[in-house]
Design a protein around this ligand. Structure first.
Ligand SMILES: Nc1ncnc2c1ncn2[C@@H]1O[C@H](COP(=O)(O)OP(=O)(O)OP(=O)(O)O)[C@@H](O)[C@H]1O
Length: 417
């Protein structure tokens, strides 16, 4: 039995960020498909540090998926070497390797005839875990991806929304606690709001687990949001730039990158700013089951029009106006799914989106395991936008003084008139 030792490290402790991921190294990896004149991937070399999310982006057909699938040997390279934690991945069988590398693809690709629990437990079962350990792990993971185990464990994929299926797909990818997770357009098939939520959840899960995640996407905004680093590829998986989102936006390596990211836009910069970097408001808060009298008194004294209601795990469950609270003895909750919240790692773009579709023109912000942190409001986001624009305008002006447009030729190059 080949039980991975990583599988014994349990999630859920509050001891801060740990890294359970492993470093990945690609050394001159190439792939030429049979009958093709040019290689889909030509000598790609790259190190993906343990515990980071790296997003692969680039135009259609540039070799993103091929590169990804070579990491778990769904595709065998024509040449070159891939090292996982310093070990050549060819040293073990493809099957045993794939049990160590989680794989999440668009739509979750769940087995339709298996329940949610069976789907999530597929790899642990193959690894020979005992039934009660699998069952505990399934519940833990469903909780982690925001699905109530009691409610969803026994459902079948067809009884889930697209976003829920995708969540189950993520849970399945994490099931055996693999150090590396590969994701191919994981959130491509869901609507924008669900997509944003799933991205937030992935960031939150990653903060907790510290896996090495490689995520293929065609969406530069998703890459900016998710990636600790972004790999921008040109045809043949040639590296156009491999850097942090901040550096790529501030200093695109060439015209290809600049075109690809649409450099300089304030809105793009906004997708770099996380909700947690703004000060959050702390409106009146109560727990389900509290007596409404004192809660209303506190809210009125603070001048709040609504109260944030938390459940016994400090997760926000409702956000009623005071008039909705009056007339009841106890503060009531609602199914958590009905409340739209933002993870603290959400970007200001997401925050604006959420507020524009919410009834409060504010949004509730949560941290690990959906725990309540505070409320972000429209004014603080717009003020931040204005500040970013002022800063950008200043930078452009300074750059203009330093290098007028028509003298942009490299020093030493003379025009011959
Ligand atoms: N099985 C295959 N046989 C032959 N050629 C293939 C095969 N799979 C991919 N290719 C070719 O290899 C190149 C890279 O494909 P790949 O799927 O890796 O690109 P991609 O960047 O992921 O594209 P997209 O964003 O459109 O999914 C493309 O030119 C594609 O046509």
């Amino acid at each position: 039995m080949t039980e991975t030792n990583a599988s014994t490290s349990e999630v859920g402790d509050d001891s801060g960020r740990k890294i359970s991921g492993a470093e990945l190294r690609l050394e001159a990896v190439s792939k030429r498909y049979p009958g093709q004149k040019v290689s889909a991937v030509e000598s790609l070399s790259l190190t993906i540090p343990a515990g980071e999310i790296v997003a692969f982006v680039g135009p259609s057909g540039c070799g993103k998926t091929t590169s990804l699938k070579m990491i778990n040997r769904l595709i065998e390279p024509t040449s070159g070497t891939i090292l996982l934690d310093g070990e050549d991945i060819r040293k073990e069988s493809a099957t045993s390797l794939r049990r160590k590398i989680g794989y999440v693809i668009q739509g979750g690709s769940l087995f339709p005839h298996m329940s949610v629990a069976t789907n999530v437990g597929v790899v642990p079962k193959m690894l020979g875990w005992k039934a009660d350990r699998i069952s505990a792990r399934v519940d833990e993971l469903l909780d982690l991806v925001g699905l109530d185990p009691d409610r969803y464990r026994d459902r079948y994929p067809r009884e889930l929304s697209g976003g829920q299926q995708q969540r189950v797909g993520v849970a399945r990818g994490l099931a055996a606690d693999p150090p590396v997770i590969l994701m191919d357009e994981p959130f491509g098939a869901v609507d924008p709001i669900t997509r944003q939520r799933l991205q937030d959840e992935l960031i939150s899960i990653q903060r907790e687990l510290g896996k090495t995640i490689v995520c293929v996407t065609h969406d530069i905004d998703e890459a900016i949001k998710l990636g600790d680093r972004i790999l921008i590829l040109q045809e043949g998986a040639k590296i156009a730039q491999y850097d942090t989102p901040e550096n790529i936006l501030a200093a695109p390596a060439n015209d290809f990158v600049a075109d690809f990211v649409g450099a300089g836009s304030t809105l793009k910069q906004l997708s770099l700013t996380r909700v947690r970097s703004l000060e959050l408001g702390k409106p009146t808060m109560a727990h389900v089951g509290d007596d409404t009298g004192p809660v209303l008194a506190r809210a009125e004294e603070a001048g709040d029009a609504a109260i944030v209601v938390l459940d016994d795990r400090e997760r926000p469950v409702a956000w009623p106006w005071l008039r909705q609270v009056r007339g009841h003895d106890k503060v009531r909750g609602m199914p958590r799914e009905n409340l739209v919240t933002l993870d603290e790692a959400a970007t200001l773009n997401d925050a604006l989106d959420t507020m524009l579709t919410a009834t409060h023109s504010k949004a509730i912000v949560t941290g690990d395991r959906d725990r309540y942190l505070g409320v972000i409001d429209f004014e603080s986001v717009t003020e931040h936008m204005r500040q970013t624009e002022r800063d950008a305008a200043e930078r452009v002006e300074q750059a203009g003084h330093e290098q007028p447009e028509d003298s942009a030729a490299p020093a030493g190059v003379e025009s011959d008139g």
